[in-house]
Structure formats: structure tokens, C-alpha cells
Design a protein around this ligand. Sequence first.
Ligand SMILES: Cc1ncc(COP(=O)(O)O)c(C=O)c1O
Length: 411
Amino acid sequence: MKIKPPKSSPISEILPKKPVLLMGAGPVPIPEEVAKANSIVISHLGETMKQIVSRVQAMGQYIFQTSSQKIFGISGPSSAAMEMAVTSLLWPGRKVLVLNLGTFSARFSELAKGVGAEVTEIHTPQFGPFYAEQIKEALEKSQFDVLTLVQGETSCGVKNIDLEAIVKVAKSYGVRTIVDAVCTLSTMPLQMDEWGIDIVLVGGQKGMSAIPGISLIAFAEETFEFISKREATMPHWCLDPRRAYKFWGLGEYHYTAPVPGILAIHEGLRLICEETLEKRFERHASCSKLLQKCLELMGLELYTPEKFRLNSVVAIKNSFKINVKEMIAFMINEHHVEISGAFGLDIFRIGQMGEQARPENIKRVLIALTAGHAKFDVSLNLEAALAEIEKFEGGGPKASSRSVDEMVALS
Ligand SMILES: Cc1ncc(COP(=O)(O)O)c(C=O)c1O
């Protein structure tokens, strides 16, 4: 043996001494129940796992709002779920219309090109979401097999507010739809069956308040049947939904399932079911509006116009032209709060997904943001924001019973 072991030390040596409150675009802080579940390994096959899988699917039907039983977990990030969706419906000779709003919706093009599909990308004429009328025009001009879109484009904070109408237009032209609900599911309404969506996918690390690296995907029953009958070879083995069905439908071996991840997702879903979607949507909407109002009161400018502003990830202009990278590092090091920068745009982003959407966490991020700006000699009106939060706490939905320190400890 020539290679010697490297010098090793416990992970605690490099983890931050004080946990960092994750207030960026994901991952988000996880509740204690999720953290506990994520530390357990049981056999990936057998009766207990079967029960867990069937519960995850039943709770999945609730969050996706679908009666379909073809809900699968994927041992991989949301991008892997995007890849499963794309590879299932596209192959050489098939055509896809990709509605490109930014980094994540554009990823569908890369994935579709990878399987040899013919890709047409469209953009919106101005900054903002797509509307059904524009999609109708595109579908009149050319024939497509599949249309892909995001419910919320995390990279720029835009919400596709006309999603339902777009999906319905696509359906009327016989075009199947893939919806990325990665940063939106369980934070705002999405009705898979009622709107007629073929495939919806989500990652664990955002609205579900679970962990990164595991995702969920739901296929409409008829869509799954169509995929089952396809003759084109499936280029992926792990991401083949027909093989995934062996585990998720029949309780048999496909690959060794990500057991702790599935347990963590179970707990994330359970907490959503306990809260109920209605209350969860209300909490997310009201907390995000509170955050947005506070940011404006402080003297900052929001990047996205209110009409199509994404509530789950709020984009803020870097109006004072400060060094965002340095500000974020300062906020992490000195205040133990993290927010996100951006992919090329001169903005920074604050998340409102899952446990992020709590007044006490909004308060902490705003305090850290004020300090971050002060480091660059920019003074923000924190008092006005704190007064607004106080007003909200008096009349808004009750904040979590957990203290800030407890939340930080869990993040
Ligand atoms: C809307 C959207 N889609 C897809 C992704 C990709 O997720 P992942 O990094 O888990 O692959 C993200 C990640 O931020 C996202 O926000």
C-alpha cells in the first residue's frame, strides 16, 4: 500500500461553531423531526419500508394534489428529477418547447439536448412570466410533443402566474407538460390533476423543509402508461421510471433506496399534512409579504414587480452597489445567517420556504442584512422593519413556538 491515509479530524472541527440560519434560496432549515429521521438507517426492503413508501406516496398525493399512484422518490437532486421527466418523455425525433425564464427553466434545454430531442426555447418579450396567449401562438406555428416550465424561477424571483392556463393550452394542442415546482410546492397552490399537468417534480431541500439530494416526482397515470409503452430505449437506468416503479410500486429492488432521505421526506411531508396546505400557503404568503414590505421600508428595492413576484424566493436589487459576495460572507461569519447571491444578476435573494417563513427568522435575516450593509457604510432603516414585524406578530399567523436559538440550532 503506497497511499497513506490523510490526516483526519472530526467534522465538528470544520463546521461553523455556531449553526448558520439558512435564509437563502435553499437548502432551508430543517425541523427537528426531519433531522432525527435523517439519522436513521433501516433496511431498504421489507414491511417497514413498504409502509413508509406507501405513506410518502399518500402524503405526496396531497401535496401534488393528484390521485395518481405514480409518485416516486429519486436518490438525487431536483435536477435528477428534471432529468427523469425529460428522459421519459423525450428521445431523438421528439420536440420540446422550453419556456426559458432563467437558470433553472433553461436547464430543461440542456437535459433535452442530452437525449437527442429537438429543442425550441422561447423567452418572454419583456422581463416577466409567460402568458397563455404567447404559448398558443408558438403552438399554432409548430408542433411539439412536450412543453417544460417552472412554477417559480428561483434565479430571478419570477412566478409563472399563468401556469394553469399555459398547461391547459398545451393540453388542447396534445402537448404534454413537465412542471418544475422545486421552489414552490407546498408554499403556494398547484393542482396537478385539476390543471392537467403530466409530470410535476420537487426537491427535498426547499418548501418541504427536508434535505437536499432527494426529490419527488409525480406522473399522471395516463402519462406513466404512455412512458411504459414507449419503444425508444431509455438512456438512463437509475432514472428510468419503469424501473423506479419496481421499488415504489411493487416494493422490489431497483437500487438501494436512500433510506434516511426517504425517512426525512416522510417527516417533512407529515409536518405539511399536519399544518394543512391552506394554512401553509397562508403562512408563506403572509410572511413573504411581510419580508417584502420590511425590505422596502428599510430602503431596499425589490427586483421583481409585484404582479409576478415569486413569494418563495425574493430577489432584491443591489441598489447601493456593494460587494454582495463580501456582504454574504460577513453575514455568515458575524451573524450566522446566510442569504443567496445570484447567477449573473446584480441582486441578492432571501428565501421564504418552509421554516424560513417565520417572523423570528425574518427578523434575524433583516438584522444581519442591515449589519451587512453597514459594513459598506450604507445605513438601512431597520427600526421601521422591526416595527412592522412587531405589528405583524400581534395580528398575523402565530409564529413558531420555537425560539430563534432553537431554530438556528436546527438549521
Ligand atoms: C426552480 C429550481 N429548479 C431546479 C433546481 C435544481 O435543484 P437541485 O440543485 O436540487 O438540482 C433549483 C435549485 O435551486 C430550482 O430553484
